[in-house]
Write a protein that binds this ligand. Structure first.
Ligand SMILES: [Ca+2]
Length: 159
């Protein structure tokens, strides 16, 4: 189920946070060479996961500001479970470091804020960064990865 939940700042609804129960439970094979979870309970060991979302307030919060989550008529889930809310200051964006590959530029061309899958762009950029000893640079943006992106010694596995 997909539904929103109201985010309030000092009594004003400032955002409708998009939440999903898609990741509430996933099942991992007990004997397999894959780490990919499934939504099929017959697959194996159930592990609870959660939907982790981020929101950037347009301005820095002040002492005594009141942040509240509230279910309103437009928020259609019958129930919500909130594990935690973490508030922290966000640093200014950094410019691309020397010797880095920008995932939003050619040949990767990730497109921010379009809800289109940027997995291929990120996977290619990470692969190139690893093989050339560079770092991947991702400007402040919102990209969508429809598959799990792995780095390090583990191999990327895409469904
Ligand atoms: Ca995109």
């Amino acid at each position: 189920m997909d539904a929103t939940l109201g985010l309030y700042l000092n009594g004003t609804r400032v955002a409708s946070l998009p939440l999903t129960s898609k990741f509430a439970w996933q099942y991992f094979p007990t004997v397999s060479n894959t780490m990919d979870p499934s939504n099929d309970p017959a697959t194996g060991r159930p592990l609870k996961r959660f939907d982790d979302i981020r929101y950037l307030f347009p301005t820095t919060l002040n002492a005594n500001d009141v942040v509240r989550l509230q279910k309103d008529a437009t928020d259609t889930s019958p129930t919500y479970g909130i594990d935690l809310i973490e508030l922290e200051p966000v640093s200014d964006a950094i410019s691309a470091p020397t010797n880095s590959l920008n995932v939003t530029q050619s040949p990767y061309n990730a497109v921010a804020n379009d809800n289109g899958d940027d997995y291929s762009a990120f996977n290619s950029c990470v692969t190139d960064a690893k093989s050339t000893g560079k770092t991947m640079y991702c400007p402040i943006l919102s990209c969508s990865l429809d598959s799990r992106l792995l780095s390090g010694d583990r191999r990327s596995q895409r469904r």
